[in-house]
Design a protein around this ligand. Structure first.
Ligand SMILES: *Cc1c(COP(=O)(O)O)cnc(C)c1O
Length: 404
């Protein structure tokens, strides 16, 4: 067994260079605090990129994982299992959904969603109705299909040929969608209610309602990618519930497992029927351990006081960042919902989001970026108020150094 000490340098020797991880290696976390190899402490406003929705080492999640780990871990989809059935039932009870497909990542949940949309239209309208309309700057995952539907061409560079039948419109611009949509060819419109990776950009309510209407008029399916916005992130269990616009298919991942890999695609019975026996699958999808943990996450996050708490924490964090922005003239706007916030850099700091991330680390606070112009925050949904205040003063110290 190899138990030699490891350091960041080893990354460059043994890992594929597709990531550029920071200098520190976190080894332990509790709540919204993280400690690195040297014992340095950080307040975590990254939340594992909107994954650790109940923070680190949550006693309820540890309990759920331990309990299930002593029963059964995995049995494949040749048989079903109790945790998967219970979780699917819970998701159906709490959302528009009547049917659930489990996967392991956001990309896979979206892959299932896009394949289902194609298959549904193929079955009901024929093979010509296969076009997917998505949006510039959107992000849907890194499989070849999802990266092609995503609206950031740089992620597709060098991986072509891409799957065909995909068009991109402008986010929050209904006219640009109308130019692409057709009853004969459009099978689905795919949208993030709040573009996450694309800069924490919320959809206008009229825009989402307009997409719903366009789908209804053109017999197309409306797909909401709620991989980042779901599981309480906006202060609502799913963002569609906040907007009051109901999709036909919804993908959920990131926060769903609170740090354990699990994803789900939700849909209605009539649409689900197009993924008949043998049409799609996943070895790990619906894994018993993953579903037991996700059950605890959903049972916890769906409680009204937790969701209300997200909105209260959001106000505190948003106000704190606005004050810092005003005092140091670094932000032009704070946007987003709940605990998915984007601090948009003012003109003279444009392009330098990464510098804020690095400066934050030096002062003991972890923030994210969303592109080069936005500092993104996606902390635990139950982050203590004291940790928010601590994170804000650490971040302000970082901003002071940066602007000095
Ligand atoms: C993160 C993300 C994905 C991809 O999820 P993975 O688990 O990395 O495959 C897809 N869509 C959105 C909106 C995301 O934020």
């Amino acid at each position: 067994m190899n138990r030699e000490p490891v350091s960041r340098e080893l990354f460059d020797e043994v890992m594929v260079p597709n990531y550029a991880p920071g200098a520190i290696i976190p080894v332990r976390g509790e709540g919204s605090r993280i400690w690195d190899q040297e014992g340095r402490e950080f307040v975590d406003l990254q939340g594992g990129i909107a994954v650790n929705c109940l923070g680190h080492s949550h006693p309820g999640l540890i309990g759920a994982l331990q309990e299930q780990s002593e029963k059964i871990w995995h049995i494949s989809n040749v048989m079903t299992n109790e945790p998967a059935l219970r979780l699917a039932k819970t998701l159906c009870d709490l959302t528009f959904a009547e049917r659930v497909f489990f996967a392991n990542s956001g990309g896979e949940a979206n892959e299932a969603a896009f394949k289902l949309a194609r298959r549904y239209c193929w079955e009901h309208f024929g093979p010509e109705k296969n076009e997917i309309i998505s949006f510039r700057n959107s992000f849907h995952g890194r499989t070849l299909f999802t990266v092609s539907v995503g609206g950031q061409p740089k992620y597709l560079e060098g991986f072509e040929p891409a799957p065909g039948g995909i068009h991109h419109a402008d986010f929050n611009d209904l006219e640009s969608v109308k130019k692409l949509v057709s009853r004969d060819k459009t099978c689905a419109i795919v949208v993030e209610p709040i573009q996450g990776e694309g800069g924490v950009m919320p959809a206008d309510p009229e825009f989402l309602q307009g997409l719903r209407d366009l789908c209804d008029e053109n017999d197309a399916l409306l797909v909401f990618d709620e991989v980042q916005t779901g599981v309480g992130r906006t202060g609502h269990l799913y963002a569609y519930q906040m907007y009051g616009v109901v999709p036909d298919i919804l993908s959920s991942a990131k926060g769903l497992g609170g740090g354990f890999p699990v994803a789900a695609m939700l849909t209605r019975e009539k649409v689900a029927a197009s993924l008949g026996v043998g049409t799609h699958g996943s070895t790990y999808g619906g894994n018993a351990l993953a579903c037991a943990v996700a059950q605890k996450v959903i049972d916890t996050v769906s409680q009204p006081d937790i969701l209300k708490g997200v909105r209260a924490r959001s106000e505190r964090l948003r106000k704190g960042m606005m004050d810092i922005g005003e005092r140091h003239d670094v932000f032009s706007e704070i946007r987003g919902e709940g605990l998915l916030l984007g601090c948009v850099l003012s003109d003279q700091w444009k392009g330098r989001a990464k510098d804020f991330l690095s400066a934050g680390l030096e002062e003991g606070v972890m923030v994210l970026v969303a592109g080069a112009d936005v500092v993104r925050l996606a902390p635990s949904l139950i982050i203590p108020e004291a940790d928010i205040d601590d994170a804000l003063s650490r971040f302000e110290a970082a901003v002071k150094k940066l602007t000095a």
